[in-house]
Structure formats: C-alpha cells, structure tokens
Design a protein around this ligand. Structure first.
Ligand code: NAD
Ligand code: IPM
Ligand code: MN
Length: 348
C-alpha cells in the first residue's frame, strides 16, 4: 500500500471551512484503495502572523517541501495589511516550489446556472504562468505619499520561463481532442514581453504541428470569454492576465465557488500545490456559507497529478451529479459541511 504525504495549509477565512470538506472527500475516495493519506497540517496565515510576525518560516518551507503534494485553502485577512500574506505565504510557496504551471480548468457542468444566455459547450483550461510576470515584486516606490510619488511594478519575462510554460501548454493542447492553443497577451502595447511570448509560441509550435495556434489581445479575450467561450481549448498566458481571466472564466461557468486550480511543478523537483481559485472571502467567512466544490475539484486535480486518475474521475462525477441535483431543485441551500458530506458519501 502506498502513502500520500500531504501538507495541508487551510489558511484564512473560508480556506479553513472548504479545506475540511476537501479532506473529507479525499479520504472517502481513497478508502479501501490501498492508498492512505498522511496529512501534516500547517497553521499558517493571519493567526501565525499576529502571533509571531512570520508568514512562512524557512524551516516550515523545507518541511513542506518533503511532502508529495500540498492542499491549500486560501490566504489573506482584513486584519493583515494587503499583500503581506499573499506575497509572504502564497507567492513564496509558488516561487520557491517552482510552480510554473498554474493550471486552471473551466468546465460548464450540465445544468449549472451561468450568466450567459447561450454559453455553448464550455471546456477549456488556462495555463497561467506562475513564477514570473509582474508577480516577482520587481519595482518600487519613490517619494511615497507626496504628489510626486512614482510607483513601478516591473513584469519579468525570461526566455527560459516563457518557453517552459508554453511547452507545457502545447503538450496539454496536443493531448486534447480539439488540439487548439490560444496565446493571450497584449503585444500591441507590451512589446518587449509580448513579442517574446509571440516568438516563443511560434518556435515551440513548430514542434507541435497538429496543434492549431491562435492569438488574442487580453482585452479582446475578455469579450470572447463572455460571447463565445466555447471557442477556447487551451489558453496560455502570463501570470497577471491569467489571474484576471480565470476569475472571469469562473464567473461564466457557475461561479468562483466551483473553480479549481493546481500550481504544478511539471518537472517534479518539488511538490505541486492544489487550491481553489477563490480567496478567503472575509464577507462570508465562519458562517458555513462557502461552497467547498472548488476545493473538492482541486482534490481531483491533486489525485490526477499523483497518478490516481480513477479516483479523480470519481470526485468529478460526484461533483457533476451534485450540481445536477442542485439544478433540478432536488437539494436546497446547504451549509459548507452539508455539501462536503454529500460529496464524501457519493465518492465511496
Ligand atoms: P474572494 O475570492 O475571497 O471573494 C470574492 C467574492 O466571491 C466574495 O463575495 C466571496 O464571498 C465570494 N466567494 C469566494 N469563494 C466562495 C465560495 N467558495 N463560495 C461562495 N462564495 C465565494 O476574493 P477577494 O474578496 O478579492 O479577496 C479576499 C481575500 O482573499 C484577500 O485577502 C485576497 O488577497 C485573498 N485571495 C486569496 C487567494 C488565494 O489564497 N489563492 C485568491 C484570491 C484572493
Ligand atoms: C489567485 C489569487 C492570488 C494571485 C493572490 C492572492 C496572490 O488571486 O490565486 O488567483 O493573484 O495569484
Ligand atoms: Mn486570483
């Protein structure tokens, strides 16, 4: 029997609530499979910060590194200055563990309400670069608080970093039935980074002759995500554009409560990290109002990554059936734990 060593970081706000449900579903789906999960829970986030001033001590980072995968809830709290936990914990993990593929699938499950009148079949995946772009923290501020303040945030794009994520996106596109890759950028304005991305897609694309390549400026991409989302198969884009597009993608596929993600290290030099796309939702935290489905679908991505594809499919099927029951009015509003219990019962 094999053991999955899982680091669990519930984090802040609803991160705590949805992670508890995700873990329920994980242990239920693996019950009797011969695979066991050994979890190590890390109490990181606002509480640790207020207690010690730390966000991710180096010793904890090294311990986390020794696991097979990480499950994260959400990070960020109104009692902590904005950016402290987001940068000091979440982004530190993504950078330190080289999560250069931020995988964000969008599927419109049958019956799920969408704000779109005519959504068509939505089933695409955003491959968001995870270690570069404006997220690196290159920049600074001068004359802060004066009328002459200057603030810069420099987007870093390296040939190495762009190539490896573009290559991963092409490989994913090649493995999908429609074999289509859309680069989203803004090379009409961001000419330095934009042309590096464009040239890289062209060069790597030459090795993937059966993949159709398309390009959209990010502003136009937001139009098509709303008017014709069925046109997308694999989208590859930079860290910031990918962040924004995937909240929009979530909104058109049933809401942020359903959107899962994986911060993947494809070279497996460090554990990958799975988390819902949403944040800590302070407006609803502690009230059992959060939908844990995004966290549960993140567990499916985790299982898939660890080679448990059949278990991953069972989790997705349970979610799909649960969403269909909601659509049919067979279940009313349930607390976070009620949804988790139902999904855990459905995967065994
Ligand atoms: P958010 O995703 O936390 O919330 C946006 C809206 O969506 C809120 O109205 C919230 O109630 C709702 N929502 C989110 N998840 C939901 C769920 N599972 N079920 C039902 N409704 C849900 O985004 P925000 O308000 O911009 O950010 C709040 C905090 O979370 C900030 O500190 C931010 O930095 C942080 N954040 C963290 C992550 C992460 O850890 N990956 C992601 C996004 C935001
Ligand atoms: C996300 C979040 C994070 C991001 C923040 C909290 C750093 O919005 O995971 O989408 O921008 O990547
Ligand atoms: Mn985001």
């Amino acid at each position: 029997a094999d053991t999955v060593r899982l680091a669990v970081i519930p984090g802040d706000g609803i991160g705590q609530e949805v992670t508890a449900e995700a873990l329920k579903v994980l242990s239920a789906v693996l019950e009797g499979s011969g695979t066991t999960v050994a979890t190590t829970e890390y109490d990181l986030g606002a509480r640790l910060y207020h207690r010690t001033g730390e966000t991710l001590p180096d010793s904890v980072l090294e311990e986390v590194r020794g696991h097979d995968a990480i499950l994260l809830g959400a990070v960020g709290d109104p009692s902590v200055p904005s950016g402290v936990l987001e940068r000091g914990l979440l982004l530190k993990l993504r950078f330190a563990l080289d999560h250069y593929v931020n995988l964000r699938p969008s599927t419109l499950f049958p019956g799920v309400p969408t704000p779109l009148a005519d959504p068509g079949e939505i089933d695409f995946v955003v491959v968001r670069e995870g270690t570069e772009g404006p997220y690196v923290g290159n920049g600074g501020a001068l004359r802060v608080g004066t009328p002459h303040e200057i603030a810069t945030e420099v987007s870093v794009n390296t040939a190495f970093g762009v190539e490896r994520v573009v290559r991963d996106a092409f490989a994913r596109a090649a493995a999908r039935p429609r074999k289509k890759l859309t680069l989203v950028h803004k090379h009409n304005v961001l000419v330095h980074a934009g042309h590096l991305w464009r040239r890289t897609v062209e060069a790597v694309g030459a090795e993937f002759g059966d993949v159709t390549v398309d390009y959209l400026h990010v502003d136009a991409a937001t139009i098509f995500l709303v008017t014709d989302p069925a046109r997308f198969d694999v989208i590859v884009t930079d860290n910031l554009f990918g962040d924004i597009l995937t909240d929009l993608a979530a909104a058109v596929t049933g809401g942020i409560g359903l959107a899962a993600s994986g911060n993947v290290n494809p070279d497996r030099t460090a554990p990958s990290m799975f988390e819902p796309v949403h944040g800590s939702a302070p407006d609803i935290a502690g009230q059992q109002l959060a939908d844990p489905t995004a966290a549960v679908l993140s567990v499916a991505l985790l299982l898939e990554h660890l080679g448990h594809a059949a278990a991953a499919r069972r989790v997705e099927a349970a979610v799909s059936a649960d969403l269909a029951r909601r659509a049919a009015g067979q279940v009313g509003p349930r607390p976070t734990a009620g949804i988790g219990d139902a999904l855990a019962a459905a995967v065994v």
